[in-house]
Ligand binder design. Structure first.
Ligand code: NAX
Length: 328
């Protein structure tokens, strides 16, 4: 039996946590031969609900679930953690400006970054899901200076999956037939789903969809606004699909990406594609089973470059709004 992997999840009593935790505990994420020790982190008001989540996890009697610890103490929650999934954050409320949200959540990610720095295992990897996830990830990373930058990720896989599903729907193929679908930029309503480099059954999307106006218009808008559409329909934000995307992100980083494909995740820029070094930006990436790296030489085309720049500008603006939370 392997020794347990320590997996810390913040916002563990939330709705994404509810979908995510049983799948981690079952072995689906880290392997069916890999025991996991869960560290479930909540704020004080969430601890009662979290106790119920723990009861249910216990009642599943998962063979690979070695232990569960529920805590609101960050040092305890990130002690020896190998994977930290930062899901918890404060949702935007009516009347709240984007800047207010960035400030409130930003402070959370200062504390979490510092606690990860103090406590995590040497091989720590972090995935930030809580919004605004790119900038939250940037804040946590900058507050954990001894942890290599290539360990930090923010989630845009849900946007990739939404875009794949939309293209598959439009063309009558299966979503698994859509490959090389990259999300560029921020996880927000400015994200750019790159239809020009995506493939359907191995050939460019333009060979399958001749309605360029749809691709440039409704397709992009629908992917950007999909979260709002789910809220309108369900009365609650995406949870099952978000948990699934988080799982796929981890699985993808932990496996070698086939040479003919790539996946979206926001990682610190290395200066590629003119993106400021260190900015947490979504790119097409491939993994070598430990580290996701930016795929080089992808031609965004004129239209894509303009769209990407809009999203980049937003990321830079978010960064300037939280500059006081970013140690030099
Ligand atoms: P919920 O409101 O159901 O759960 C959030 C949980 O986080 C709550 O239980 C709350 O008590 C806890 N929490 C708040 N502050 C915390 C802190 N400082 N430390 C630990 N726990 C804390 O939200 P849920 O639907 O689970 O969504 C969680 C986050 O995911 C939100 O920020 C949401 O915007 C974000 N999303 C990100 C997506 C992405 O693609 N990156 C898509 C889905 C989702 O919208």
């Amino acid at each position: 039996m392997k020794s347990p992997l320590v997996v810390s999840v913040t916002g563990a009593a939330g709705q994404i946590g509810y979908s995510l935790l049983p799948r981690i505990a079952s072995g689906q994420v880290f392997g069916y031969d890999q025991p996991v020790a869960l560290r479930l982190i909540e704020i004080e008001p969430g601890m009662k609900a979290l106790a119920g989540v723990v009861m249910e996890l216990n009642d599943c009697a998962f063979p690979l679930l070695e232990s569960i610890e529920a805590t609101s103490d960050l040092d305890h929650g990130f002690k020896g953690t190998n994977w930290a999934l930062l899901v918890g954050s404060v949702p935007r409320k009516a009347g709240m400006e984007r800047k207010d949200l960035l400030g409130i959540n930003g402070k959370i990610f200062v504390g979490q970054g510092q606690a990860i720095e103090r406590n995590a295992a040497p091989d720590i990897r972090v995935l930030v899901v809580g919004n605004p996830c790119n900038t939250n990830c940037l804040i946590a990373m900058r507050n954990a200076p001894s942890i290599p930058e290539n360990r930090w990720h923010a989630m845009t896989r849900l946007d990739e999956n939404r875009a794949k599903s939309a293209l598959a729907h439009r063309t009558g193929v299966h979503s698994r037939d859509v490959t090389r679908l990259a999300i560029w930029g921020n996880h927000s309503s400015t994200l750019y789903p790159d239809f020009e480099n995506a493939l359907i059954r191995g050939t460019p999307v333009s060979q399958h969809i001749h309605d360029r106006a749809w691709l440039e218009g409704d397709f992009i808008k629908d992917v950007q606004q999909r979260g709002a559409a789910i809220i309108a329909a369900r009365g609650l934000s995406s949870a099952k699909s978000a948990a699934h995307a988080a799982i796929e992100t981890v699985q993808t980083i932990r496996a070698v990406t086939p040479a003919d494909d790539w996946h979206s995740v926001a990682i610190p820029s290395d200066g590629s594609y003119g993106v400021e070094k260190g900015l947490i930006c979504s790119f097409p990436t491939r993994s070598d089973a430990t580290t996701a790296s930016i795929v080089q030489g992808v031609d965004l085309g004129e239209f894509g470059r303009v769209k990407f720049q809009l999203s980049l500008n937003e990321l830079l603006e978010e960064k300037s709004m939280v500059s006081d939370l970013l140690p030099k």
